[in-house]
Write a protein that binds this ligand. Structure first.
Ligand code: ZN
Length: 190
């Protein structure tokens, strides 16, 4: 079936004029490899267990699953597998969640390439204490000028870490949607 060219379709053009809609807007066909369904978005708010290959590292080093930025953590189920596969300096130490493809996450990935990790768009439940953001991620992103390597900057970086707020982070790096141009430009996963 051939659809008419709706840009030349007078009744729609008149309607756009009445609505004052001078922009055509953007529309993308749904691609299940790139786009989350509504159900997947709901699941992602609670947490999904995924393999590394399903994740992407965006050009800004943040992590994405399909067209949503995500945070990532290693929960009890995965930590056993990580420990089994890792050596002493896998880089994984305190229970914290990651927002970027940081040094410590790369070390975990090398040590446990088959582990399935948790990703979500919201914080994991306390275990038993609230999870903390990974300082290596803030370093990788230089988030709000965080730079633990600069000794004279240390107090400032400590404050950024202490006051870190996930909502504030997602204002800088919007969760959803990551556009398909960005996703298609990436041929590698995390
Ligand atoms: Zn990290």
């Amino acid at each position: 079936m051939k659809l008419p060219d709706f840009l030349q379709f007078e009744p729609f053009n008149r309607l756009r004029e009445v609505m004052g809609a001078d922009q055509l807007g953007a529309f993308e066909f749904f691609d299940p490899k790139l786009h989350l369904t509504a159900a997947e978005r709901e699941q992602l708010a609670l947490g999904l267990r995924l393999g590394w290959a399903q994740l992407r590292c965006l050009h800004d080093y943040t992590l994405a699953y399909k067209n949503s930025r995500v945070l990532l953590w290693i929960d009890e189920t995965s930590v056993v597998e990580v420990a089994r596969g890792s050596d002493a300096d896998s880089g994984w130490t305190a229970p914290c969640y990651h927002l970027a493809d940081c040094r410590s996450l790369r070390a975990v990935r090398r040590a446990a390439p088959d582990v399935r990790v948790m990703v979500a768009t919201a914080l994991p439940p306390p275990d038993p204490w609230p999870w903390r953001v990974c300082p290596e991620c803030l370093q990788q992103l230089q988030f709000r000028g965080f730079d633990a390597a600069r000794a004279r900057h240390r107090d400032y970086s400590d404050r950024v870490l202490e006051k870190f707020d996930l909502d504030d982070f997602f204002r800088h790096y919007p969760v959803y949607p990551v556009t398909s141009d960005v996703l298609r430009a990436l041929d590698s996963v995390v």
